[in-house]
Design a protein around this ligand. Structure first.
Ligand SMILES: Cc1cc2nc3c(=O)[nH]c(=O)nc-3n(C[C@H](O)[C@H](O)[C@H](O)COP(=O)(O)O)c2cc1C
Length: 274
């Protein structure tokens, strides 16, 4: 059975999760959601099994993932699943948001949805877990992802988790997040530590950063993935003084290059093919 997994990622948790599931399933392509951002219209994969893996933002979907879901043509899909990665909560509400979008736009909802706890990366609010705590979280996530991959492999129907608390949090916070998400980059600054390497522009899934005179310039199409802040090799990007002291995070199984060029249209990366 052919599978395609679409992913959105800032710091690699969701990409690492997508890769792990793809490796376990075999005959699975992994494609970044951002690679469709510059081409309008429906997205038809032709795969029997279709998945979306992305982070939870304010108990909902990243704006780009939500817009992408609206464009998914699931005519050929027999089985549709999602895995959302989060730093502590809100997965149930994000999955239900996705299910609602798919039902309305594609006429077919999620057959299975899973929320996996991974290190939180919202550096504007808190420091990501580090050291042993980070490793424990990632070990637990790996175990959970193995289990999830097995269930997806069996095309198991899995009821979506339900959380009234997450629903309330989402109702309170998500609309506000969406209303000004693209403007969040107005808080971003770059210090003298910048080496003009261009990593920030390369990893931005929103294609929101130009390098002008050797320095990043943000163009107010930000998704708030925080990739530019976390992945800058010189730690030169800040969002106010609070981020100065906070340790940067990247999923340890991935290199910075794995997050680069997500917007490029591409031949899908094949995982597990013979
Ligand atoms: C803007 C923003 C909002 C977030 N909101 C939530 C949230 O509501 N609940 C939660 O548990 N984690 C939240 N997180 C943490 C991420 O969901 C989590 O770290 C995720 O695994 C990151 O995935 P990535 O590495 O693929 O970008 C948020 C992160 C960001 C950047």
């Amino acid at each position: 059975m052919k599978t395609i997994i679409y992913y959105f990622t800032g710091t690699g948790n969701s990409l690492a999760a997508a890769k792990k599931i793809a490796g376990a399933l075999g005959d699975c392509d992994i494609v970044p959601v951002a690679s469709f951002a510059d081409t309008p219209g429906p997205v038809a994969s032709g795969a029997n099994r279709v998945g979306l893996v992305c982070p939870v933002y304010f108990s909902g979907l990243p704006a780009m993932a939500a817009s992408f879901a609206e464009r998914l043509d699931l005519t050929a899909a027999d089985y549709v699943f999602s895995v959302v990665t989060h730093g502590g909560g809100g997965g149930a509400a994000a999955l239900r948001q996705l299910d609602g979008i798919l039902r309305e736009k594609a006429g077919k909802g999620l057959d299975a949805g899973f929320a996996v706890s991974m290190p939180g990366n919202y550096i504007l609010m808190y420091a990501s877990p580090a050291g042993e705590k980070r490793d424990q979280l990632l070990d637990a996530a790996d175990t959970e992802l193995d289990r999830i991959a097995g269930r997806i492999g069996q095309a198991e129907r899995v009821n979506l988790p339900n959380s009234p608390v997450a629903r309330i949090v989402r109702a309170l916070m998500y609309p506000r997040f969406l209303s000004h998400v693209h403007e969040n980059d107005r808080k971003f600054t770059v210090s003298e530590a910048c080496t003009s390497c261009g990593t920030c522009a390369a990893v931005c899934p929103a294609g929101n950063i130009d390098i002008v005179g050797g320095r990043p310039v943000w163009n107010h199409r930000c998704e708030l993935c925080c990739g530019c802040i976390h992945l800058c090799p010189a730690e030169a990007i800040q969002a106010g003084s609070r981020t100065e002291k906070r340790q940067r995070y990247r999923h340890p199984d991935l290199e910075i290059e794995d997050m680069e060029n997500q917007r490029e249209q591409r031949t899908p990366e094949r995982a597990g093919a013979p």
